[in-house]
Design a protein around this ligand. Sequence first.
Ligand SMILES: *Cc1c(COP(=O)(O)O)cnc(C)c1O
Length: 456
Amino acid sequence: MSKEIPYKIYLEEHEMPKQWYNVRADMKNKPAPLLNPGTKQPMTLEELEHVFCTELAKQELDDTTPYIDIPQEIQDFYKMYRPSPLVRAYCLEKKLGTPAKIYYKFEGNNTSGSHKLNSAIAQAYYAKKQGLKGVTTETGAGQWGTALSMACSYFDLDCKVYMVKCSYEQKPFRREVMRTYGASVTPSPSMETEVGKKILLEHPGTTGSLGCAISEAVEAATTTEGYRYVLGSVLSQVLLHQTVIGLETKIAMDKYDIKPDIIIGCAGGGSNLGGLISPFVGEKLRGENDYQIIAVEPASCPSLTRGKYAYDFCDTGKVCPLAKMYTLGSGFIPSANHAGGLRYHGMSSVLSQLYDDGYMEARSVEQTAVFAAAEQFARVEGILPAPESSHAIKVAIDEALKCKETGEEKTILFGLTGTGYFDMYAYESFHNGTMSDYIPTDEDLKPGFDSLPKMD
Ligand SMILES: *Cc1c(COP(=O)(O)O)cnc(C)c1O
């Protein structure tokens, strides 16, 4: 039965997934619906269509269809950079001296440098199919904006990106990659939108936040003819598109009779983790198999480990629907942390429900320990990981070292979401010893919780 396991496991073209898997269909407790912030009633398709492309709004509301076809055009685009490799980390295992077997699914093998392209191309496709002129979005660390600009240029769509001002200034190269793909990039908050002007008036000199950039992008989409808003994480539709990660992994592992004992992923808005674990969680939900699943988040932005499970605003300007999620409150501002993609105050409603029902655990880790793990990984496995991805590396190493103590030969799988070439300021502050590990006190978390909407 057992075949020799190659260093990298790729799939043949005919083995590639042709459908995404919608884990909500197998959940007994469905994620709570998005609510209209005015009426507090579940959002209808008609309401969502003003903001999102129609087909994507349908996917957002679909809690029952288990498999959704990946349109041929998207499958064709995936062929440019997929399958992504599933790598056996032999060198890391050796370095750690662990009996554990470590695998990682590497999503950094495309110019955007992260998994975000998997959903960007899907969202651009549906926008094009609907005959739209363009889409608007926000970007924090820049990976999502880059991925979307690549996807939009492929389908010849306009792409307008509101980039959190501090990133805009700190990461000029990300900005230029987006412009290379034809996107227009505006630092947020800006004077281009009403909500941007209002935020600038209330907080002059602010360097922006993801929540604020979302508000601006939504306003721009809803006030411009032929435009819709697209989002790179948190939403159930995004998690659906990202299941291509987990499906490829499952097919590759099944091919070699590998069964992971522990599955680990970093969690910002939850899309890569949700995508990686979906096929495995599906088996768990149906009672067919069991896996230990660990979500890893920064100690500076601990939405699962210290947040509340409540309805909350998705953005600072409070223009988006309310989502029930583990959240620190839309008013929460995390301290300086270099993993920009993990700085969001809330978590996917799908993952929040799975976590609340005990299907997965969560762990928070401190920044310097994350970079130490990143560096250790880079030195033995070659890949220079993104700060976000390195959260998963840190916990994978911790678990492998536990196996060293107990002698257990567990199989550990983690998601390596991207590369960190645009994060060298972060690596620099780690090397210079100036990186902070500030963990918010309960006092620091209070204003965020106080900003939660009253649901009466
Ligand atoms: C955006 C991003 C994340 C976090 O987003 P999720 O939606 O939680 O997956 C993680 N890693 C990288 C490299 C990212 O760009």
